[in-house]
Design a protein around this ligand. Structure first.
Ligand SMILES: C[S@@+](CC[C@H](N)C(=O)[O-])C[C@H]1O[C@@H](n2cnc3c(N)ncnc32)[C@H](O)[C@@H]1O
Length: 753
């Protein structure tokens, strides 16, 4: 009788996996595309016996890998490709070896399915050349054990990624989810298959196997197709968040097939066979059918939910040439990323300009530079704006932020955002009521062509804010803030200032449309108030849920995160320590000293010893002098930044640059990547550094694993994100010093004679 997989030592397991894969290779008629063979009528086993059609590398994977995780991204490749680099960096950061004799962080090799397939095929080919197959397998296994022990297979899809771990490697999914910018949720992978090759039998077998392994309590597993039928008509309030991400992994449950079987029939079958172990909600609006109380009453395990979704492979050719293959994916969601800033993304309440970066993106820009050396990491940003990089850096443990901006109100804006995000829920409720009132009044005034807000307190605030906006905003130019305006703003209270930012946003976002008569003031204000109210609602939902649930922390080293019950699983969010409880030495995460949140300083005066600089320089300009000044700013700040990296350490510089405007507003060439890369290479040497690419085994470039990254907003522009690793140049000893040393040795030698 054969030893079960889980009882084998990793060495035995590797030999076994190679043997199984080798046998499969021998058994397949030709070791090429079986689908192609089937197309021309070649008998490759009856359709429906999925296992017979597996390629050797798939057989190897099934026997070798132990744990499989699945990560669903908030945004897919239509928006950005940085989510993959971020995930890979977080995998390196939060993976550890179990039971293997090493204290080092695992030097993981990450391979795509294609890379992995060719690796296995090469190894199998070598084995096939031998006359003694058994010895050849033992020999290959011994040679490559160290490689396989640290190789993670990453199956990348358009908006998600599956990760296969070998025996020794353990991951901490709660940390990866909670610290990430772009991970929406993650959990165990249950089933993943090209939808045309999938079969009901395999689907059910995998599900049963998963339940045996992970659902040991008497609680039932909830199984839900992420379907248009249950969600699309009811998730309107999340439309913006879902676009370019989750929207694209939904399925039409009533029309969907798993191989030859209709999904509805498959689900009926599952329910019949495993009724006491699985709960499949009735079709219908999710907000009613999947309610937490209902799930509880049905005896479901509230900590997790098994989803059926669909994703497509990353196209290797333009879609006009070839359509990407579609995959059915079943995964058991354990954690969902409920980062409080993500609800707001580029729309934090205190706002100056359209150029705010999303929190998701900024978080990813920081994460791609990980893992870091032990000790405190200093993350710097001399163009900090509204504080996006500051808040994203401060959510991580052992990180300090060095942020500045020269805008006269940036310091206030950052302090106000900080204040907003540290308010108790009662305050948020109160503020939400104010926003609702603005929304409804603006709605009514728009209808009546009226001028004033009704409630006296609001009216006073409104008039104050309107007056200030009119003093600062200039036609066709950036707003100008005089000393008086700045001091008026500072002397007001938080509610007045929030009213000011709201009006400023409505004004600046619609300035041109007001002029051309295409927008109306009250309607614009209503929309801004509504947006902010919806975001505040979402924040309240998170905070209220996080308040009532236990403080239990699932992972060691996760004290900087909060975990709480959400509708479908455990949610992760940042642990925000309010200023008044802050430790002013600011040593640990989330503890921000208000006085020093950011400095008001010109980027040219930036001077810190940073491990990481993550920044988003200005790129707008209005005049010819503006362009010249901007050019100088780019060149001179780059020198400053190179000088501000911690001496004798690898330094990371991550910059977000404009790449292409979709609305016909050009930016000068020197703000773009071609120029910037040249400049960095040229100047680095003057500052004793060279640009290096760290030797890592990553999925091949074609699979979007490396820089440059892109991020694009639907309407306005596409941006490039560059990541430079700047290593101190270690100069060889000069001939002179060699000579002195040699002479010294000669002298000592002769004196002993
Ligand atoms: C593209 S925005 C950065 C936005 C920021 N990433 C955020 O999410 O809010 C550029 C910022 O650079 C600031 N800035 C422009 N010129 C500067 C200078 N010479 N020194 C320091 N900051 C400057 C602007 O005030 C603006 O806030």
């Amino acid at each position: 009788l054969q030893t079960p997989l889980f009882e084998m030592s990793p060495a035995e397991r590797l030999r076994h996996a190679l043997r199984q894969a080798f046998d499969q290779k021998q058994q397949l008629p030709v070791d090429t595309d079986t689908a192609l063979l089937r197309d021309v009528g070649f008998p490759v086993g009856p359709r429906g016996t999925e296992d017979q059609l597996l390629k050797p590398d798939q057989v190897f994977s099934a026997n070798w890998f132990v744990t499989k995780y699945f990560f669903l991204f908030k945004k897919n490749l239509s928006v950005t490709n940085i989510q993959f680099a971020e995930l890979f960096a977080l995998l390196r950061t939060h993976a550890s070896y179990q039971g293997r004799d090493t204290h080092l962080s695992p030097h993981l090799q990450l391979l795509s399915r294609d890379d992995f397939r060719s690796l296995i095929n090469h190894v199998l080919h070598d084995i096939s050349l031998s006359s003694d197959i058994d010895s050849a397998i033992v020999n290959s296994a011994a040679t490559f054990q160290d490689v396989f022990d640290r190789t993670i297979l990453v199956a990348q899809f358009y908006g998600s990624c599956a990760v296969y771990l070998p025996p020794y490697v353990q991951l901490e999914p709660s940390l990866i989810c909670g610290e990430s910018g772009y991970i929406h949720s993650c959990g165990h992978l249950v089933y993943l298959r090209n939808v045309e090759k999938a079969t009901k039998e395999r689907f059910i077998a995998n599900l049963e196997h998963h339940l045996d392994e992970h659902y040991t309590s008497h609680r039932r597993a909830t199984l839900i197709p992420y379907s248009h039928e249950a969600f699309t008509d009811h998730d309107d309030h999340e439309r913006e968040m879902l676009r370019g991400g989750l929207e694209d992994v939904k399925i039409h449950a009533t029309k969907y097939f798993i191989g030859a079987d209709a999904l509805v029939d498959v689900l009926d079958d599952v329910q019949q066979r495993m009724g006491n172990r699985v709960w499949i909600p009735e079709p219908g609006p999710y907000s009613i059918e999947h309610d937490l109380a209902t799930r509880d009453a049905e005896g479901a395990d509230l900590a997790r939910t098994i989803w059926i979704i669909a994703d497509q492979e990353i196209p290797s050719a333009p879609v006009t040439v070839e359509a990407g293959r579609r995959f059915v994916i079943v995964y058991d969601q354990l954690f969902a990323n409920k980062n409080r800033y993500h609800e707001f993304d580029e729309n934090k309440p205190a706002w100056i300009d359209h150029t705010t970066l999303p929190h998701t993106l900024t978080g990813a820009m920081i994460n791609i530079t990980r893992p870091w050396d032990p000790g405190t990491t200093l993350v710097g940003d001399p163009f900090a704006g509204t504080g996006t990089s500051l808040f994203e850096a401060a959510k991580l443990p052992n990180v300090e932020a060095a942020c500045s901006d020269n805008h006269p109100i940036a310091k206030q804006v950052v302090a106000d955002n900080h204040a907003f995000f540290t308010q108790p829920v009662e305050w948020l409720h109160d503020y939400r009521t104010e926003l609702t009132r603005i929304e409804s009044d603006a709605e009514q005034f728009d209808r009546e062509h009226n001028r004033r807000l009704r409630k006296s307190k609001l009216q006073e605030r409104y008039e104050w804010a309107e007056d200030l906006v009119h003093r600062c905003v200039r036609p066709d130019a950036e707003p100008a803030f005089g000393a008086d305006d700045v001091s008026a703003l500072k002397q007001a209270d938080l509610r007045h200032r929030l009213m000011f930012y709201l009006l400023l946003k409505a004004e600046r976002r619609n300035a041109r449309a007001f002029k051309s008569g295409d927008a109306r003031w009250w309607a614009a204000l209503r929309d801004e108030a509504r947006g902010l109210r919806q975001r505040t609602d979402a924040l309240l939902r998170t905070d209220e849920a996080a308040e009532v649930t236990s403080e239990s922390i699932p992972a060691e080293g996760a004290e900087h995160l909060r975990f709480f019950q959400t509708r479908y699983s455990v949610g992760t969010t940042t642990r925000f320590v309010p200023i008044d409880r802050a430790n002013t030495s600011g040593r640990s995460s989330g503890r921000l000293d208000q006085a020093e949140l950011i400095r008001e300083a010109d980027a040219l005066d930036f001077e810190r010893a940073c491990n990481v600089i993550v920044t988003d320089p200005p790129y707008g300009f209005n005049t010819e002098e503006g362009v010249i000044a901007l050019g100088t700013l780019y060149r001179e700040t780059l020198k400053r930044l190179l000088e501000s990296l911690k001496p004798r350490r690898d330094g990371h510089l991550v910059v977000c640059l404009p790449e292409q405007s979709f609305i016909g507003r050009g930016t000068p060439w020197f703000t773009r990547r071609g120029a910037y890369i040249r400049l960095v290479f040229a100047l680095a040497e003057d500052f004793g550094r060279e640009v290096v690419r760290i030797g890592q085994v990553f999925p091949s470039r074609r699979r979007t694993a490396g820089p440059p990254y892109y991020w694009q907003s639907e309407r306005a522009l596409r941006r490039t994100i560059l990541h430079f690793v700047l290593r101190p140049i270690s100069r060889p000893q000069t001939p002179d010093s060699d000579l002195v040393a040699t002479l010294g040795r000669a002298k000592r030698f002769s004196s002993r004679l």
